[in-house]
Design a binder for this molecule. Structure first.
Ligand code: DI6
Ligand code: FE
Length: 403
């Protein structure tokens, strides 16, 4: 692709600065080889870019492309029955303990082929892309046996070939105890989860290692063994922590220098301090809070107080968060958790990139990937303001997609 100068735009760089959103009016962005060569106020542009082919953005607002840093988009079946059951008064934990929940998705996922799993994931991916998302994290965790976990991760990688989007995979073998290992969760961790992690890593399928630390899933001691194995392979970790109760998962994650701890509805200040010291991002998932009628909100005020970066993600999954709208999720983060619209956008850009360990995404700045979103709005706070409305004009992915 020839070098391109994007002109006639207002830029929200999302680079931390004294200007909210890094807002730059009358801006231009010079893109070469899929990277940002220069951006700033058009008047200050160095002469060398003046002769480049131009793409006129019509005065629109440009932000970094969004990143969805926590999803389970690859899964079989659906859980609409469970949705009805919860409305009749059954809790998520009751449904899980009676063999529904994650285990029902497990059966469906085991039974589907790679092609079928890919075909059902793509519409979810397409909705995210249509909202300006350029990076999607995809977890395994609905197979819980060697073949199906690897199948899920292969499908996740295939998404990156089928669509113009960057995929980051997380191995989530410690998501639930599969029925054939009931009451033998320690053996499951040692004999299935960890060996499968090693096999998946050997195939190049794993970018990070995740777990679910919870009464209905795995203890901190069991997660520690998985994290030890991850570190031995040189893989970063993240953790579903403090979603339904406080087992000290975030402290454990911080001890391992985790990229992120996710959910965090039941986190206390001690855990927030540990995350701050470790540089662990708090990924908040309002879709799950909303769907499960949760009443305990993540400690947003404490994250601010201790300087823990907050990311926002859909948690797109068939049970606790059946959404593939990151814009709606940003709105929920503001209304349910009182994030500011600027925090919500940072949560779906800069901080989401940090939660994935990506240093070249999530901001519009020199040297970054040329992934940005062009919106039909006047001010970036509008992204979190509307409910179920998508103002995307164009998504630029690696410098392509504007014409
Ligand atoms: N917490 C979640 O929100 C997802 N996994 C987890 O540990 C969803 C799990 C599900 O209900 O399918
Ligand atoms: Fe999740």
């Amino acid at each position: 692709m020839q070098p391109t100068l994007f002109t006639h735009l207002t830029l929200a760089t999302m680079v931390p600065s004294s200007t909210p959103y890094g807002l730059t009016p009358d801006a231009a962005i010079a893109v070469r080889d899929g990277r940002i060569a220069w951006c700033g106020i058009a008047q200050n542009m160095p002469d060398e870019y003046a002769t480049w082919a131009r793409a006129d953005m019509g005065g629109r607002l440009v932000t970094p492309a969004l990143l969805d840093c926590h999803t389970h988009v690859v899964h079989g079946g659906d859980r609409s029955l469970e949705f009805s059951q919860r409305l009749e008064g059954k809790s998520y934990e009751e449904i899980a303990r009676s063999g529904g929940g994650i285990l029902s998705t497990l059966t469906a996922t085991r039974n589907e082929s790679e092609a079928t799993l890919l075909a059902s994931a793509l519409p979810r991916v397409d909705q995210l892309i249509a909202e300006g998302v350029a990076v999607i994290e995809v977890k395994s965790g609905y197979g819980l046996d060697r073949d199906t976990e690897i199948k899920m991760l292969r499908v996740a990688r295939q998404i990156g070939g089928a669509r113009p989007v960057q995929i980051r995979t997380s191995f989530l073998g410690a998501h639930a105890v599969p029925p054939e290992w009931k009451d033998r969760s320690d053996a499951y961790i040692d004999e299935v989860c960890i060996p499968t992690l090693r096999a998946a890593h050997a195939e190049g399928l794993v970018d990070a290692v995740d777990g679910f630390c919870e009464g209905i899933a795995f203890s901190p001691e069991q997660i520690r063994r998985v994290f030890d194995a991850a570190h031995a392979l040189g893989l970063p970790v993240k953790l579903h922590a403090e979603q339904l109760s406080n087992l000290g998962g975030a402290c454990l994650a911080a001890e391992f220098g985790a990229l992120s701890a996710d959910h965090l509805e039941y986190l206390d200040e001690n855990g927030v301090r540990a995350m701050a010291a470790a540089g662990t991002v708090a990924v908040i998932l309002p879709g799950a809070f909303y769907t499960l009628h949760e009443t305990s909100a993540p400690p947003v005020e404490l994250f601010r107080k201790h300087g823990v970066p907050m990311a926002i993600a859909t948690d797109c999954n068939p049970g606790s968060s059946p959404t593939s709208s990151l814009l709606l999720t940003m709105n929920m983060a503001c209304t349910l958790f009182r994030l500011t619209p600027e925090e919500a956008l940072a949560g779906a850009t800069r901080h989401a990139a940090q939660a994935l360990g990506l240093a070249d995404c999530g901001m519009v700045a020199k040297g970054m990937r040329a992934d940005f979103a062009v919106w039909d709005i006047k001010h970036p706070r509008e992204l979190a303001y509307r409910i179920g409305f998508n103002p995307l004009f164009k998504r630029i992915f690696g410098g392509s997609g504007w014409n």
